[in-house]
Design a protein around this ligand. Structure first.
Ligand SMILES: CC(C)(COP(=O)(O)OP(=O)(O)OC[C@H]1O[C@@H](n2cnc3c(N)ncnc32)[C@H](O)[C@@H]1OP(=O)(O)O)[C@@H](O)C(=O)NCCC(=O)NCCS
Length: 176
């Protein structure tokens, strides 16, 4: 059964394999850690950075919580939750970032991860979340709309991975 867990050393190899699949398939909609930087020491080397990010202590980075999605011991994907709404969240990255490893896409995991992630957001005390989605990302748009996402607007955006693109902003009300 798919579940979201806190980052942990036991799944670092799985995380690395997931990152490599996204990298090698040039997935632009979500950029994971460079797999070449993930070595034996990586989890402990980066732990305090992630801990400080959860407390909003990293300059220029919104408060964010990182979860890993696993199913029966297999690393499937990740889910990131940003619990506040600074400008970077509102106009760029949204409240949620998630991805499924390429070899496991199309099996219902994406929808399951978002569903679990929305429950997590409620437990973090959130009443609504914002998803910012590239206008060309049909799978993500489909899942978001299935989960009750309401399109607010579409804005112009730019980043290195996606270039100039249109970004849809969807709100999901968690109080219903
Ligand atoms: C978006 C993503 C998480 C979807 O994960 P997934 O496991 O492949 O999705 P699912 O198998 O749960 O599919 C869910 C629905 O999307 C639909 N879908 C999948 N690909 C689609 C596509 N290219 N166009 C339209 N619908 C699509 C499926 O048919 C399914 O619909 P259904 O429930 O009505 O049958 C995955 O494609 C991914 O990791 N993409 C790269 C990262 C990314 O885009 N993250 C989101 C950033 S906002």
């Amino acid at each position: 059964m798919i579940e979201l867990i806190r980052r942990c050393p036991e799944y670092t190899e799985g995380y690395k394999a997931y990152c490599r699949e996204l990298y090698e398939n040039h997935v632009a909609y979500f950029r994971p850690t460079n797999p070449d930087s993930i070595d034996d020491d990586w989890f402990f080397r980066t732990k305090s950075w992630y801990d400080r990010k959860e407390r909003g202590l990293i300059e220029g980075q919104p408060v964010s919580f990182h979860y890993w999605a696993v199913d029966d011991g297999k690393f499937i994907g990740e889910f990131q939750l940003r619990t506040e709404f600074p400008e970077k969240v509102l106009s760029e990255i949204g409240s949620i970032g998630y991805a499924v490893r390429v070899s496991e896409q199309g099996k219902g995991y994406g929808k399951a991860i978002l569903r679990l992630g929305l429950e997590l957001a409620k437990r973090h005390g959130m009443e609504k979340v914002l998803l910012t989605i590239n206008d060309q990302n049909k799978a993500s748009i489909h899942i978001c709309e299935q989960m009750g996402g309401v399109l607010d607007d579409t804005i112009e955006a730019y980043n290195d991975a996606e270039g100039r693109h249109l970004l849809r902003r969807y709100w999901i009300d968690l109080t219903k």
